[in-house]
Design a protein around this ligand. Structure first.
Ligand SMILES: CSCC[C@@H](NC(=O)CCC(=O)O)C(=O)O
Ligand SMILES: [Mg+2]
Length: 359
């Protein structure tokens, strides 16, 4: 296990706090045939969800790594880790590292293994809450200029209708626009949220609390903007419940949040069977997690642009060759496994601790 410090190019503010740097936990698995990498999505503090990077490291050290079967592929690891409750981001990092090693040894790319239907994906970008509308419009102008095909605005009570209206007035009705509340509202705000219906948004992401499926279903009957869930969907079972309750009509799939790429694909398959569009969310990943997310975003049911932005959206220097936007798209890595690896001298400079756990 390796912890790296990744400063952000600019503070990223959401309804639950402001990030200025990522403290990222990486897992490297060494097998007789190959090594594999997994990136843990957990943030430094348990503000997005209950997981946090220190807790993930502890769960891996004490429960998940010791539970690893001696000879197992990612499916075997997925089953072996089921006995541990929760800790999905920690599980995802370990399962992904095993999957990466397995695929590198087999000479198969993540995209091919997952069922990618394209060799590049259209990219959206997530824009934080800013100190003023002019500052927001400058940031959005930069991203539109860079070629991002979709803009997502973080919102919270007091910063919602005005920024959305300003972006619509400045950039027109054609730019694909959506908002993400990170669970900042309650049903009391339903009539206020209905004011966003005038702006032709693609979706409103996670308006209410993560465990409020019934209330999201009620909200869905009071606003026209489609509801997309993020924090609420931690498994295929959650996705099935949300769809059958009418709590959402779009799902943001984040492999870390749901325990790994195998469960992410199950959710993709389930949503596709219900005609529910999905898109790939982001957790400010380095190039390692970004590579796996871009491969996932190439699956056929990912019909909306994801938060799969270029490395430069967050990092001055990525620990891998950077993802660079080309005509609003990112290429799906074609090499074995993740298709890339950390650049040793950059990785060493970013490293704050390493820990070797023998099986
Ligand atoms: C620090 S906020 C992380 C969670 C947030 N992620 C994003 O907004 C996209 C971040 C990214 O581009 O990786 C979300 O709720 O969707
Ligand atoms: Mg979100």
């Amino acid at each position: 296990m390796r912890r790296i410090a990744m400063p952000l190019v600019a503070p990223f503010r959401t309804s639950f706090g402001t990030e200025t740097a990522r403290d990222v936990l990486l897992v490297r698995v060494v097998t007789p045939d190959a090594e594999g990498w997994g990136e843990c999505a957990a943030m430094s503090e348990p503000l997005y969800s209950s997981e946090h990077v220190g807790g993930a490291a502890e769960a891996l050290r004490r429960f998940l790594i010791p539970a690893l079967p001696r000879h197992a592929d990612a499916y075997g690891v997925n089953r072996a880790l089921e006995a541990v409750k929760g800790h999905r981001m920690a599980k995802a990092a370990l399962e992904t590292a095993v999957l990466d090693a397995q695929l590198r040894a087999a000479g198969e790319s993540f995209g091919r293994f997952l069922g990618a239907a394209r060799d590049r994906v259209p990219c959206g970008v997530s824009v934080g809450i800013m100190n003023s509308i002019p500052e927001l419009l400058d940031a959005v102008a930069g991203y539109v200029e860079e070629g991002y095909v979709r803009i997502k605005l973080k919102i919270e009570p007091g910063w919602d209708v005005a920024p959305v209206r300003a972006v619509r007035e400045r950039f027109g009705d054609d730019v694909l626009l959506q908002v993400d509340a990170n669970a900042a509202y309650t049903l009391v705000d339903a009539r206020h949220l209905a004011r966003l219906d005038d702006f032709g948004l693609l979706l409103i992401e996670q308006p209410l609390a993560d465990d409020d499926l019934v209330q999201h279903a009620r909200l869905a009957r009071e606003i026209r903007t489609p509801i997309c869930l993020d924090e609420s969907i931690e498994s295929a079972a959650h996705a099935a419940a949300a769809i059958s309750l009418g709590a959402c009509s779009i799902v943001n799939i984040k492999p870390g949040r749901v325990g790994g790429y195998l469960e992410a694909r199950r959710i993709h398959d389930l949503c596709r069977a219900h005609g529910v569009p999905v898109w790939c969310g982001g957790m400010l990943e380095t190039g390692l997690g970004r590579a796996a997310n871009v491969a996932l975003a190439a699956l056929p049911g990912f019909t909306l642009p994801g938060d799969t932005s270029a490395s430069g959206r967050y990092f001055e220097i990525d620990i891998t060759d950077p993802f660079v936007l080309e005509d609003g798209h990112l290429p799906v890595p074609a090499g074995p496994g993740l298709g890339l690896a950390p650049i040793p001298e950059i990785l060493d400079r970013a490293t704050t601790s390493t820990e070797w756990i023998p099986l």
